[in-house]
Design a protein around this ligand. Structure first.
Ligand SMILES: [Zn+2]
Length: 275
């Protein structure tokens, strides 16, 4: 009975002092806080349960200072998907949001200006605090099948649908953020045959196989080893046999170019903030 009583006992939020019931309280290492106060913490802060009341109060104070600092944030470039990244090159600052949508589920509104950053109180990270910035891509793969005589059968050669999700992964030295993994877009690519993975030797020639208009370096590109001679001899107007390891065709060429553009954008951002 004693335990039961304790579970339902009212406690006070260590931050604002409001009384919080069992269902609305959130634990800290040495106290509890209310849901409203938790909502004021950084969306990138992952260690609340290990945080002490003193640390949490310090973070909230820093976030109020952050909100004032955002008044001086000049957006010089941005990249948005589900999340968003905003850069102020003059101050060498960046802000990232894990979810940039505003106004609920069915709204397509996104944070896109300084007022939106202030409203969300997006944490300012300086370029000097960035330890590493990389383009992180997750891939899913499923086979496409056809119905023949009422049966599901593989195509010959087999066809695949790849799902590619792009994230900017930033590791930082910051008082209350360790890393930010920002979802910046996803796309699907359908191919005949599986995506080819290159040997390291083929990587050196990789850029030759790409769209010549794109200036992208350091990519984790993957290519067909047999494509080198072909790449050297094909005309500028021709579609390459493979790009980023995907077998190119008229059907998927647009999606593959979209992959290249997104990769170039995220890698460009990485170079800007970690360079
Ligand atoms: Zn509170």
């Amino acid at each position: 009975m004693a335990l039961f009583g304790k579970f339902f006992a009212k406690e006070s939020c260590a931050v604002c002092g409001a009384e919080v019931g069992a269902l609305k309280k959130r634990k800290l290492a040495d106290g509890v806080m209310c849901k409203d106060c938790v909502a004021r913490l950084s969306p990138w802060f992952e260690e609340r349960r290990e945080g002490t009341v003193a640390q949490i109060k310090e973070q909230l104070a820093m976030r109020e200072e952050n909100r004032r600092q955002l008044e001086r944030f000049d957006i010089t470039s941005e990249l948005a998907g589900t999340g968003a990244v905003f850069v102020d090159e003059g101050h060498r600052w960046l802000c990232a949001l894990p979810d940039a949508s505003t106004g609920g589920l069915l709204s397509s509104e996104r944070v896109h200006d300084r007022a939106g950053l202030i409203e969300a109180n997006a944490d300012i990270v300086t370029f000097d605090q960035v330890r590493s910035a990389t383009c992180d891509i997750t891939e899913t793969k499923g086979e496409l099948r056809q119905t023949v005589d009422g049966e599901q059968r593989s195509y010959s050669p087999r066809r695949w649908r790849y799902g590619e999700s792009f994230y900017l992964l930033v590791e930082v030295d910051h008082p209350y953020i360790e890393r930010m993994r920002v979802p910046l877009g996803s796309l699907t690519i359908e191919t005949e045959g599986e995506r080819q993975r290159s040997s390291s030797g083929a990587k050196a020639l990789g850029w030759l196989l790409d769209d010549p208009d794109m200036d992208v370096r350091n990519r984790a590109a993957t290519y067909d080893d047999n494509g080198v001679l072909r790449a050297l001899t094909r005309g500028d107007w021709e579609m390459p046999d493979y790009a980023y390891g995907f077998r190119c065709s008229a059907r998927n060429w647009e999606a593959i170019q979209g992959y290249g553009r997104l990769l170039a954008q995220v890698e460009g951002l990485c170079q800007m903030i970690a360079g």
